[in-house]
Design a protein around this ligand. Structure first.
Ligand code: GLA
Length: 731
């Protein structure tokens, strides 16, 4: 495999994956221009796409002399510096000691190596010498000797190219990075739509598709976390692109803090996208010899529509981002006590839920918030990671032993980044929180962010947590984060480094998580941030699953999980069957429907199982065995969105197909029933057209082509919110 090629004569770099190609070229004045990203165009070098004309009010570099046609303002570039006559959004901006802030990047050299580069303290895709190649292009600024390494990880088989930037201060003076985006992508005259995933707490990753407009548009978070409000994954696509057809490009930032994706359509109808750490409240000082690495952007291209793009991300994350040993192995199916008890429990109540869980065939009991310190409500106890023996008499080891003795695994909830004012930790170390001098504290859910930019704070918290995890057999940890980062100021940093706090906070989180997963390699680790407030590729490097949303309503979940599926594998979405009327919406849906929706994720329960009727218990047993039968499809199969919940208000349907195409499951929900109903046909995907498939329920045999082209009718339901379930096996 040779996926990176440099033509010495033409100075064109060509990166190639199975179905995509990426080209750039060194042109006049050591300028690195971007030529092309898209479908494979064979051995053509796309230099012909660069047409230079004299453009009014677009400056020319001094060395261009009388040539008024060479202007950085209109050239597609690979990574542009600020202050050189490129008036568009730029990749990098740095402050110098003399107060100036220009940086003019010129091509210096390149290196290739086998395997994938890594980033210090940051999550990123990994790849062996057989899986990936790295290209490291060095640009430099003549005046300050700042080196800018553009890093490209090329995964040929996965159809993925990753990007990141490493800055190295080789000069004598300190430079202050004010903006260092992870990548820049220029498109020549392409009229595209932006698809992004916005929302709020309990309604995350809703889908919006908008035409790009002239000027700058952005998707971003300034909350210190990737956020419920905007997910750090965007798609640019052609106007006609649909699920099955058309060009589209994905950009996923593997980072869990403040970020910004800016897209500018310029005066020449060119589109530039930059993505990386948000420049808001960001600066990072580099002394001589210091290095700074940006987070990684994972890019993918599909010429067969959005469905294929999603499947590229699903495969890439499962094989080369998520490190957990559980990524493709069966995960224990759990019951979580949060919606069953909230803070109100004792050891007997917990054990009874665990017993009821065992009775219906579940594998693990998860003890959520409220087990530690003086945590009877959400205004106290965070930071005191010591069991509350008033609630759990005899402590955790005793309870866990009892739970293990009935054949159940045990998992626990923690929230290490936070502290309550009413806690031993805060009373002892009030200076360990983020706090702006002289200003009063901004609370959220009554809690404060610990200053985890400080090593002593991180170590103190993790030591306490490790003590708990070492005291009994813990098979699973849910790591929560229940407020945005606020009061952004660290008492441990000098004033000129306060712009580093947000980023250092994220590095602190990653370091703590790294400690956890390396100390307990067998632990099943789930991330959470008030549900899906930190649902990003960065977190998936540490945990194979993330609690998708605090909203467990099956009908709301249809849109939440639909949106999440564009950028993230289905097996990463924590999804539980909860009680009705639902605690977030008050809606009542059939028990089977709740299970069908939760089966499109890491399945579990979150309700008081003691109160299930015997009929419901029987149904739950069936749901669990059905999930176990299809779990391998969720974890390793291909996923197809067969309907769009924003356009189709009658039903939502999705499909899993095994990689060998021998099995397929079609699940969904019929949203509303109508009198004298229409017959809705659904069309399957991804099957072998000539093979025969048997419907497990009816025994009917169809060709793959029939299922895909002639379709199958949805059942005519009775009542709203009815489940849809089909299973076909190659016969
Ligand atoms: C967050 C989580 C919930 C639950 C509560 C506990 O909101 O998303 O699942 O753990 O915290 O406080």
């Amino acid at each position: 495999m040779k996926s990176i090629n440099y033509n010495e004569k033409t100075k064109v770099f060509t990166l190639r994956t199975k179905n995509s190609m990426y080209q750039m070229q060194v042109v006049e004045y050591e300028t690195l221009v971007h030529l092309y990203y898209g479908a494979d165009i064979g051995d053509t070098e796309a230099s012909h796409r660069i047409v230079c004309l004299d453009r009014g009010f677009s400056g020319n570099p001094y060395e261009a002399g009388a040539d008024r046609t060479f202007s950085l303002d209109v050239l597609p570039q690979e990574y542009s510096g600020y202050g050189n006559g490129d008036y568009r959004i730029n990749g990098i901006e740095v402050g110098h000691e003399d107060g100036s802030d220009a940086v003019h990047l010129r091509y210096e050299s390149y290196r290739t190596s086998k395997g994938k580069y890594s980033l210090e303290g940051l999550p990123c895709m990994f790849g062996t010498e057989d899986e990936a190649e790295t290209l490291d292009i060095t640009l430099y600024d003549r005046i300050t000797d700042l080196k800018v390494h553009l890093l490209y990880g090329v995964f040929y088989d996965l159809d993925v190219i990753t990007r990141a930037v490493r800055l190295e201060n080789k000069g004598e003076d300190t430079v202050t990075i004010q903006r260092a985006m992870s990548m820049e992508m220029d498109y020549t005259n392409k009229h595209m739509d932006l698809i992004h995933f916005y929302g709020r707490h309990t309604m995350e990753r809703l889908t919006e598709r908008l035409p790009l407009h002239h000027g700058v548009q952005s998707v971003e978070s300034k909350r210190g976390m990737s956020s419920h409000q905007h997910n750090p994954f965007v798609i640019l696509c052609d106007k006609m692109t649909s699920e099955k057809h058309g060009d589209c490009f994905g950009f996923a930032l593997a980072y869990s803090g403040n970020y910004r994706c800016e897209i500018e359509v310029d005066q020449m109808e060119q589109t530039r996208l930059v993505m990386g750490i948000h420049p808001y409240h960001f600066s990072f000082r580099l002394n001589t010899g210091d290095v700074f690495e940006t987070p990684e952007v994972i890019m993918a291209y599909s010429d067969c529509g959005l469905g294929k793009l999603s499947r590229i991300y699903h495969d890439a994350y499962r094989s080369n981002l998520i490190r957990s040993k559980y990524v493709t192995s069966p995960r224990p199916i759990l019951v979580n006590n949060w919606e069953a008890t909230y803070f109100d429990f004792d050891e007997e109540k917990l054990f009874n839920i665990a017993k009821a869980a065992k009775d219906i065939g579940l594998d693990m009991f998860v003890l959520d918030d409220g087990w530690f310190g003086k945590r009877n409500t959400d205004d106290s106890g965070l930071g005191d990671w010591v069991v509350n023996e008033e609630k759990i008499k005899g402590g955790l080891p005793k309870l866990v032993k009892k739970i293990n003795a009935i054949g159940m695994k045990f998992g626990i909830w923690i929230e290490p980044e936070m502290v309550s004012e009413d806690s031993g930790l805060y009373r002892e170390h009030p200076d360990w929180v983020l706090k702006i001098p002289q200003r009063s504290l901004m609370r959220s859910r009554h809690q404060l962010n610990l200053d985890i930019t400080r090593k002593e704070v991180r170590d103190h918290v993790m030591k306490q947590i490790f003590r708990v995890l070492d005291s009994c057999k813990v098979d699973y940890v849910k790591w929560d984060m229940n407020r945005s980062v606020g009061n952004v100021y660290s008492a441990a940093l000098p004033s000129e480094r306060q712009g580093e706090v947000y980023h250092r906070y994220v590095l602190g989180v990653y370091e703590m998580m790294e400690q956890l997963v390396s100390r307990y390699p067998d632990l099943l680790f789930e991330n959470c941030c008030g549900g899906g407030g930190r649902f990003d590729a960065g977190m998936l490097y540490y945990s194979p699953q993330i609690w998708c949303s605090d909203n467990t309503d099956a009908i709301d979940r249809l849109k939440i999980q639909y949106g999440t599926s564009f950028g993230y594998p289905i097996s990463t979405m924590g999804a539980h069957v909860s009680v009705c009327p639902n605690h977030q919406t008050g809606r009542t849906t059939p028990f089977e429907t709740r299970a069908v929706v939760a089966s499109a994720g890491t399945f579990g329960y979150e309700l008081d199982l003691e109160h299930l009727s015997s009929e419901e218990k029987e149904m739950a047993r069936k749901q669990i065995s059905e999930y176990k039968e299809m779990e391998h499809l969720v974890q390793t199969g291909d996923y197809y969105r067969l309907s769009d919940p924003y356009r189709n208000h009658d039903y939502v349907v999705w499909q899993f197909v095994s990689k060998d195409k021998k099995e397929t499951v079609v699940n969904g929900v019929q949203l509303r029933n109508e009198a004298n109903p229409h017959i809705h046909l659904i069309y399957l995907e991804g099957l072998e057209p000539e093979a025969h498939y048997e419907d497990e329920k009816t025994g009917y045999v169809y060709t793959g082509a029939a299922l895909m082209k002639a379709g199958i009718p949805l059942p005519v339901g009775v009542g709203d919110y009815q489940p849809i379930q089909f299973k076909f096996r190659m016969s």
